[in-house]
Design a protein around this ligand. Structure first.
Ligand code: AMP
Ligand code: MG
Length: 478
């Protein structure tokens, strides 16, 4: 479809008025397209040529509204670093309407009622990170919000220094957060709470619409999706960095990309977020925090369901998490059938990696071609003895496989990515972009889309992270 043929809908606006505030975007000055996502355009049924028109840039800038648009910001609360904040909300994201169940949102399009002291803007560097990473997550097969386009501008935005503003047009099947429920529970607005639950069920769990005990069933499924998402992050080596309950999706999606990181060398205790001194959101603590956040959601839902029933549902979290994690790690190791001892076997592997400065992604990619010849693997770490001991066990374990070595290699190469977007790579894209060169953004987008392919032109990004860039921390300021 042409942009001017599209008619947006606004299902969220059927909720009580306390759930949102209408607000018009404030466009940026002198904007230009940096990248458009043709795959997402297809999902939205937008003609590809439209993406490269001036009108499209104007649309992403919030300067031109499509038919049916009725922009608004959503309110929510949340536990930030364990402390309850009763009113947050879309401080710099403006929802502009829905196409085919995808809700479109402009991040960085100006202030809203929920901006507090913020300027409602997003700077170029953080917008590049969000744009590329949401596509990379999707490429890795992990549920995520996505993005249709990224635009830059000459609009000055002050953080620690003057930078320029950008906008990402994000799309998601749901923008509801755990914190959205906490907002109404805290205010004791139980009618709105119920309306929100019904809406979230219709949006993300439609099969539950007429189920008996639907709110309890809903919570059970949120528990399951969250457990699954945490297992996926752990298996791929992703550290989100800001797992506040306002950054937790009710639909189990990865949402709100801030100071995230992929592991360089494996480190269970790695903390990507510079402000997280205690390591609450460290890599290894993510599954626990997933559960802590579900507990906060459970309390928010307790006016609608007896708490002991919710508690019983939450009690399954650890098992759901572990089963999924085991399944994923079994795939990463190319094991056809899992056994009871495999969790311990995986722990031995990770324990070995922890002390040996081994690049997490490169290790599994190299293992994907293992045929008994160990040189390539032994070269990856500091010491040979623990690696040899683990490989002896792995050799034994592989004897239980029914697939051939070749089949195992093929499957593992489709499971263990060759590329993940490490922070040093993103920084390279940002440094070039800040000088007006978007070639690295384009290149990273290509590998993000298909991280299992060889991409021979980008081989240098498939190696271990250069020492000077390893395991750095990022600031939240974005
Ligand atoms: P985050 O940590 O990015 O998820 O943001 C936490 C809260 O702060 C959310 O309610 C955001 O909308 C809000 N926020 C972050 N940055 C800004 C900004 N520059 N202007 C207005 N609100 C912001
Ligand atoms: Mg957020």
């Amino acid at each position: 479809m042409k942009l001017n043929e599209i008619k947006l809908t606004n299902p969220y606006l059927t909720l009580p008025e306390e759930c949102y505030t209408r607000v018009k975007p404030t466009p940026l000055e002198n904007v230009f397209l940096i990248h458009a996502n043709e795959e997402v355009a297809k999902l939205l049924d937008i003609d590809i040529e439209e993406l490269y028109s001036d009108a499209f840039v104007s649309f992403v800038n919030g300067a031109w509204e499509l038919k049916g648009s009725d922009p608004f910001a959503m309110c929510y609360a949340g536990h930030q670093f364990g402390h309850f904040v009763p009113r947050l909300g879309d401080g710099r994201a403006i929802n502009i309407g829905t196409i085919k169940h995808w809700h479109l949102q402009l991040k960085g399009a100006g202030q809203t009622r929920y901006s507090r002291s913020g300027d409602g803007r997003a700077v170029l560097r953080s917008s590049i990170r969000e744009y590329l990473m949401s596509e990379a997550m999707h490429g890795l097969g992990i549920e995520s919000t996505r993005a249709l386009a990224l635009i830059g501008s000459e609009h000055k935005v002050f953080r620690e220094a003057w930078e320029t503003g950008a906008i990402v047009l994000r799309v998601s099947p749901s923008w509801i957060r755990f914190g959205t429920f906490e907002y109404f529970a805290h205010k004791k607005r139980y009618d709105e709470l119920e309306a929100l639950a019904d809406y979230a069920i219709a949006e993300s769990y439609p099969h539950l619409a007429d189920a008996p005990n639907k709110y309890l069933q809903f919570f059970k499924e949120v528990v399951a999706r969250t457990a699954r998402l945490m297992a996926e992050w752990q298996a791929v080596g992703f550290n989100h960095g800001v797992m506040n309950t306002d950054n937790m999706s009710i639909a189990g999606l990865t949402i709100d990309y801030g100071p995230y990181a992929f592991l360089d060398d494996y480190d269970f205790q790695y903390i990507c977020n510079h402000t997280d001194q205690g390591g609450r959101y460290s890599f290894g603590n993510q599954p626990n925090i997933g559960e802590w956040n579900l507990q906060a959601l459970m309390h928010a839902l307790s006016p609608m369901v007896q708490i002991f029933k919710l508690e019983k549902a939450l009690a399954h979290y650890a098992e759901l998490y572990t089963n999924r994690y085991l399944e994923l790690m079994g795939q990463k190791l190319g094991l056809d059938i899992l056994s009871d001892e495999d969790l311990e076997f995986i722990k031995q592997l990770l324990g070995m990696m922890q002390g040996m400065q081994i690049d997490y992604t490169l290790f599994f990619r190299t293992l994907s071609r293992y045929d008994g010849e160990r040189t390539a693997l032994l070269k990856l770490g500091l010491y040979h003895k623990p690696m040899n001991e683990w490989l002896d066990r792995y050799d034994e374990r592989l004897k239980g496989n029914t697939s051939t070595t070749e089949e195992r290699h093929d499957a593992m190469l489709q499971t263990n990515p060759k590329y993940v977007l490490k922070n040093y790579m993103l920084q390279e894209a940002i440094t070039a972009a800040e000088k007006g060169d978007f070639n690295v953004v384009d290149a990273l987008f290509e590998i993000a889309k298909d991280p299992y392919a060889e991409h021979e032109a980008h081989e240098r990004w498939a190696g271990a992270t250069p020492d000077e860039f390893k395991n750095q921390k990022l600031s939240c300021s974005s």
